[in-house]
Write a protein that binds this ligand. Structure first.
Ligand SMILES: Nc1nc2c(ncn2[C@@H]2O[C@H](COP(=O)(O)OP(=O)(O)O)[C@@H](O)[C@H]2O)c(=O)[nH]1
Ligand SMILES: [Mg+2]
Length: 319
């Protein structure tokens, strides 16, 4: 029997129990009573190094993730340091409240790895978590860390603001594009230019690679980057270029380790705290709006004996 207590579950997950790990991840996806306890345990442990992959549906993120899993496990470390013998993968699809078709496809594609003891793949869906997936994903990453994962990948589907948010919660953000007119432009419009540490031109077996590279380089010229994003070409379907992509990840990690990681993580932690605070304040407002005092203030507003600012002050100070 698998326990329900988060502390016991973390102990089991650290010994390698995938069932225990899965249950902990279910806790952080939901807003149940075990969420807080799980978060407290997870944030007390070091985070894994996280690579986020984002880009339009069909760009080849899952195929590429699959390739990276193989390269990462074969290497077993980043450039000789930070050893790991297992890889965790979170597949996120914000557009589907529960695991939909795209995720199922990912599962099937990654099936070679799904039966591998050294690989843990999990599709994430929001189950009423207070801030949705953009809060659940960082928590899930920390749960992986608590379960002794030192390296993890997060694949997000789509190119909306939330996907950009999730992907940029990674240490290294990889934006996957394809050759073809306008793909670089689309990535730029979606705000991906600002968050990308590495651009991948996947499906480099197709025409238009040179043009896409040139477009990306031109757009990068316009921005100001302390780290100039790398551009890597891959053919995920054959594995060509996946070693090169790994090298680019290692290179970016070295750059971060070389004095930038604390600042990078601080910015991320601020953003995360900001999101949690906003979500808590929003739910506090919703709670106030259900109370009698709130209706009394609305009555006063209708009677013209107060104004919305004073009414809000009163509600906040009373409750
Ligand atoms: N020609 C070609 N097809 C690819 C390449 N990489 C992926 N694909 C195919 O593109 C389709 C979408 O890939 P998938 O990894 O599911 O994309 P995702 O939606 O970004 O995760 C699949 O049919 C892959 O086999 C590539 O480098 N070249
Ligand atoms: Mg996919």
């Amino acid at each position: 029997m698998i326990p329900r207590d988060p502390e016991q579950l973390v102990a089991l997950a650290r010994e390698g129990s995938r069932t225990a790990l899965a249950r902990l991840l279910t806790y952080v996806e939901s807003s149940g009573p075990s969420h807080g306890a799980t978060a407290a345990l997870a944030y007390a442990r070091p985070a894994p190094y996280v690579v986020g992959l984002t880009g339009a549906p069909g760009a080849g993120k899952s195929t590429l993730t699959d390739r990276l899993i193989s390269v990462a496990l074969a290497r077993g470390s980043f450039d000789g340091e930070g050893e790991f013998d297992q890889v965790g993968v979170l597949c996120i699809d914000p557009s589907s409240p529960f695991s939909g078709g795209a995720i199922l496809g990912d599962r099937i594609r990654m099936q070679d790895h799904a039966t591998n003891d050294h690989v843990f793949i999990r599709s994430m869906a929001t189950r009423g978590h207070l801030g949705g997936l953009s809060l659940a994903v960082p928590d899930a990453i920390r749960v992986l860390g608590a379960a002794n994962f030192r390296f993890a990948m997060v694949e997000t589907v789509g190119v909306g603001q939330m996907e950009v948010d999730i992907a940029s919660a990674a240490d290294t953000t990889v934006v996957v594009t394809n050759p073809g007119w306008g793909d670089a432009m689309q990535a730029s419009k979606a705000g991906l230019l600002e968050v990308a540490d590495i651009f991948v031109i996947n499906k480099a077996d197709r025409p238009g690679v040179k043009e896409t590279r040139r477009d990306l380089e031109q757009m990068l010229e316009l921005g100001h980057h302390e780290w100039r994003p790398l551009i890597v070409e891959t053919v995920a379907s054959t594995g060509e270029g996946s070693e090169g992509l790994w090298e680019a990840i290692v290179q970016h990690r070295s750059y971060l380790e070389d004095g930038h990681i604390n600042e990078h993580r601080r910015t991320r932690m601020r953003r995360e705290l900001d999101k949690v605070l906003s979500a808590m304040l929003r739910s506090r407002v919703a709670e106030l709006a259900r109370g009698e005092a709130y209706e009394r203030q609305v009555d006063s507003l209708l009677a013209g004996t107060t104004d919305p600012y004073r009414a809000a002050e009163v509600l906040l100070s009373e409750g």
